[in-house]
Design a binder for this molecule. Structure first.
Ligand code: GDP
Length: 472
């Protein structure tokens, strides 16, 4: 309706143009930028996009260098199952509670912060594993500054270790290797470092650029040094935030508590969140009634890199939802309502993520530069062969990136990575797990199955040359 009045053509003409392009729309449908560009083009118009009010406000709030002060790093711990992620998080949480918290019972709220022996703060996301990390990233949240990759020294660099490394690299988050379980007699940290070196990840003590620390999550050996290395990494990143403004942050987890209503754990990333603030998270808003730290202690405010439990939202936001504070309840409510409406409409929209068929359309409007691919296969040989051949399809206009490859079933974590990176998944002689399949449908991730390498290469080649015949 809006588009038709802007172009001064009838709504029916716009709707039929949409239909002829395969978009089934109603008169009040919200269209995405791409669709608007294509349809306007049909009527001879060129579209120029300006910022929304919400985005305008963002730019106004840019901080000056003087307003920025250093903030603590926010750390995620990832690694293979049973290599000691939970043990490490537990050790740090219990061993490093600050003096005035001592004796307080720490509880799991999804995040906590600790003070190192030199009085520096570090915040940890208390949900180990790259699934949570990538799920948040898929929702647009950028919350992790440093990733600790835990590897058991009595084991090997395992598939999930590789996945975790991959996820951190794709996100551009610096990694520190924590080589764990060195209290075990059969542990061999050097073997792990060698395996890492074979993957082109040379650790610092061997002349490389990656920090690593031998630790025991059981005895605590090396953990102070590990935290020092986290701080060193943080120093290089020059992490800063302005504490003197309305809070911004990310929801880490949220739940409905029988006695207390909706309880959300929020990682404040900039500004300061205060009791009484009007907060918006995803589609939910409300006045902050009370806040607690991870020891259950009541707090009145929380500055950058501080996790807090917040009471007072109208519902449970999702992990990864961005939080912001508004001056009036009306503003927050309006944005919450419009987000709800957009989400409702978008869930009816056609394609959220890239598919091979979609490439031709994106090429036509000139906004297709990169094809991200995840390859899973039954044997290493075919995965490598396929990956090599697909990489060679890159050309000046379109580059092909293999953002992850591995042997085995297509997992939920593969789908999440695809969603976060707008990738397609190629299964060579392997299929997705039931959960992965369901998630792929929900996230609209294309999974292509092949049993002949040649077929896979040809189809991708045709697609990036805009020659793919749509499948019916
Ligand atoms: P996660 O799956 O990565 O979270 O691993 P967990 O933290 O659950 O640890 C898996 C097992 O390894 C548990 O039985 C731990 O007690 C044990 N474990 C973890 N870290 C160490 C360590 O440093 N030394 C020893 N000896 N055992 C450890």
């Amino acid at each position: 309706n809006d588009l038709s009045s802007l172009m001064d053509v009838s709504v029916n003409d716009v709707i039929s143009a949409c239909l002829s392009l395969g978009m089934f729309v109603s008169i009040n449908q919200r269209l995405d930028a791409e669709a608007i560009t294509i349809i306007a083009d049909e009527f001879g118009f060129e579209v120029e996009f300006t910022k929304s009010d919400e985005e305008e406000n963002e730019t106004i709030q840019l901080d000056t260098p003087e307003e920025l002060v250093p903030r603590a790093p926010i750390v995620t711990i990832m690694g293979h199952v049973d290599h000691g992620k939970t043990s490490l998080l537990d050790y740090i949480r219990t061993a490093k509670v600050t003096a005035d918290e001592a004796g307080g019972i720490t509880q799991h709220i999804g995040a906590y912060d600790v003070m190192t022996k030199d009085g520096n703060k570090i915040a940890f996301l208390d949900t180990p594993g790259h699934e949570a990390f990538t799920a948040m990233r898929a929702r647009g949240a950028k919350i992790t500054d440093v990733a600790i990759i835990v590897i058991a020294a009595d084991d090997n660099v395992m598939p999930q270790t590789k996945e975790a490394i991959n996820h951190a690299q794709v996100a551009g988050v610096p990694m520190i290797f924590a080589i764990n379980k060195i209290d075990r007699p059969n542990s061999n940290p050097n073997k792990i470092k060698e395996e890492l070196a074979n993957m082109n990840l040379l650790v610092e003590e061997w002349g490389g650029k990656y920090q690593s620390q031998d630790i025991s999550a059981k005895t605590g050996q090396g953990i102070d040094d590990l935290l020092e290395k986290v701080l060193l990494e943080a120093e290089i990143l020059e992490l800063k935030a302005n504490p003197n403004k309305n809070a911004q942050g990310t929801v880490v987890e949220a739940a409905l508590d029988k006695g207390r209503g909706y309880v959300s754990t929020v990682m404040v990333q900039a500004g300061t969140l205060k009791v009484g603030d009007i907060m918006l998270a995803g589609q939910h808003y409300g006045r902050v009634k009370a806040m607690f730290d991870h020891t259950g202690k009541k707090v009145k405010q929380a500055g950058p890199s501080t996790p807090v439990q917040v009471l007072g939202l109208s519902g449970a936001p999702q992990a990864g939802d961005i939080i912001k504070v508004y001056d009036t309840e009306r503003e927050a409510r309006e944005i919450a309502n419009s987000r709800e409406q957009i989400q409702r409409e978008q869930s009816m929209r056609t394609k959220k993520h890239i598919t091979l068929d979609e490439i031709g359309r994106r090429l036509a409007i000139g906004n297709f530069k990169e094809l991200n691919i995840i390859i899973k296969g039954d044997v290493d040989g075919s995965v490598e062969a396929l990956s090599d051949s697909l990489l060679k399809l890159s050309k000046d206009e379109v580059s092909v990136n293999i953002i992850h490859k591995g042997v085995g079933q297509i997992s939920e974590s593969d789908v999440l990575l695809a969603s976060a990176s707008d990738a397609i998944i190629i299964g060579f002689q392997v299929r997705p797990s039931t959960n992965a399949k369901r998630l792929a449908e929900q996230e609209e991730i294309e999974i292509r199955h092949y049993s002949i390498i040649y077929d896979a290469i040809n189809q991708i080649k045709d697609a990036i040359e805009g020659m793919l015949e749509p499948e019916f």
